[in-house]
Each structure stands twice: as structure tokens, then as C-alpha cells.
Design a protein around this ligand. Sequence first.
Ligand code: AMP
Length: 281
Amino acid sequence: MRFNQKDSLQKEISRLKASHHTIGFVPTMGALHQGHLSLVQKALQENDAVVVSIFVNPTQFDNPSDLHKYPRTLEEDIALLTSLSDQLLIFSPDANELYGKEVVSKKYRFGPMERSMEGKFRSGHFDGVGTVLNLFFRAIMPDRAYFGEKDFQQLQIVRKLVQLERLPITIVGCPITRESNGLAMSSRNRRLSAAQQEEATLIHKTLKVVRKKFDSVSIQKLRAYVKQRFAENPHLTLEYFEITPVETLQPALRKTGKKKYRAFIAAFAGEVRLIDNMALN
Ligand code: AMP
């Protein structure tokens, strides 16, 4: 079933909740691929009904050209979701339907993790993400919401968001789905040429080397190695490489204690910005 209006979606959700159905929610910006579908499949397994939203959220983009060029393939997306299950509730509102008259972000205090990596390089990004998810969460009130580890920092921010907003929603993290060459699936990959899609595998290859060397090589040396590897490649420009504990997401200078670490890369292939990350221990 397809909805553009909050009211009609909410009526359907109330009906489901009245018959004690649990609700799963998968927020997306569309241009769907197998990564998105893996979240939808998990949600279908764990809930009686699943809402999938398709909405390119303007307030989380700091770059108007990136927002403008973001792929929009609504009819294809709906066909793909419908082929997966005819039970899905597909919600694709326009910006004013979701936000009301003013399409603006609320200011959140997510703590230090909002200032590293994506927060540092995309001004206002997590306020935009927090604002739109808070609107969706309050409209839908799902039991569980599903997020990919592809956007690991976002996943941790969303865990913080439900605490700050006191929302009784379980946040479920899902593993990264990759192409057979290792490239993390992303809606933005559609903007890459075939050659760029191959060149962009450097990101995943580098993360794998970092994981292999993590126990025996210092973080400083790993940083130097990654910088060098990207500097030698004419097709990709490194924006950041960081190793951080998964809890704080603050760049680590050395390994301490028994913390769990992850490595993160953001890089440009031409104009297209790609991100990826990997657990190290
Ligand atoms: P997006 O449409 O890019 O906002 O992504 C919607 C959701 O799908 C987010 O929770 C993403 O983390 C998740 N996602 C995107 N790409 C992947 C992937 N390759 N593997 C797993 N989850 C993904």
C-alpha cells in the first residue's frame, strides 16, 4: 500500500496496532538497492507490518548540488518493494507534508560524536537526520527501526536520538551489503561510471588491509599508510580516514584496553562522495 499523506498512513497503522500487530520501520532516501532491501527483509522477519519511507531529506544536505543530483527513482523503488512483499506500507510524503510549512532542522546535542567525521565534514548533517527521523518516528511510532552499518555514525546518532526524544523504539543495526567486488552498495554508486565503480573498490580494499594490520601496527602508521595509498591513486580523493572506538566515535591516536574499534573512510570519486567502514577487532 502506498501513502503520501501522514493522516492516511496513521489510520492504517492505528488499525494494525489495534489488532496487536508490531510495526517495523525502514527509512530510506530511495534509489533503492540490495542494501536497503536487506533492511526491509530483516524488518519483515521481525515484525507483523513494515513501513518503508522514501524521502530525500533536504535538511541533511549541506551542499545544494549534492541534493539536486541525488538519484530519484520513485516508481522503480515502489516496483522493487512491491516485488519483495505486497504487504509493505510505502510512505513517500513531500517535504511540507512531513515538516509542515517550514522545512528546517531542530538543533540537537548528540555530544562529541556529532562533531567527528560526517559531522565535521557535513555541516548540520546530523541535525537534519535527527529532525527528519524524529518526525517519522512520531508519525509512525514503530516498535523497531532498521539502520545500516554502512552509515555507522548515523546509527549511533539515532540510538542517541531515541534516548534524547524518549521514544520507546528499538534501533536495529544491520550489516553492510557489498557488490561482488567489495564496493559498499550506495544510491550514489549510480552516479559512478563503470571505471569509477572499479576504482572505488580501493576504499574497501584499504579497509581490509587496515583490519589485517590492526593488531600489529600502530594507528599512526596505519594513518600514514592509508594517506599514502590514496595519494598514489589519481582517481580517488581521500576526505578522511579515522579509527575510532565504536562507542565514542572520537578519532583514536592509540589503541587502549579492550575497546572495540572501527575504521572509517570518506572519499570522492570525481564529484561523488562515498563512505565506508569496517569493524577492526
Ligand atoms: P539511505 O537511503 O542512503 O538514506 O539509506 C537508508 C538506509 O539504508 C540507512 O539506514 C543506510 O545505512 C542503509 N544502507 C544504505 N546502504 C547500505 C548498504 N550497502 N548496506 C546496508 N545498509 C545500507
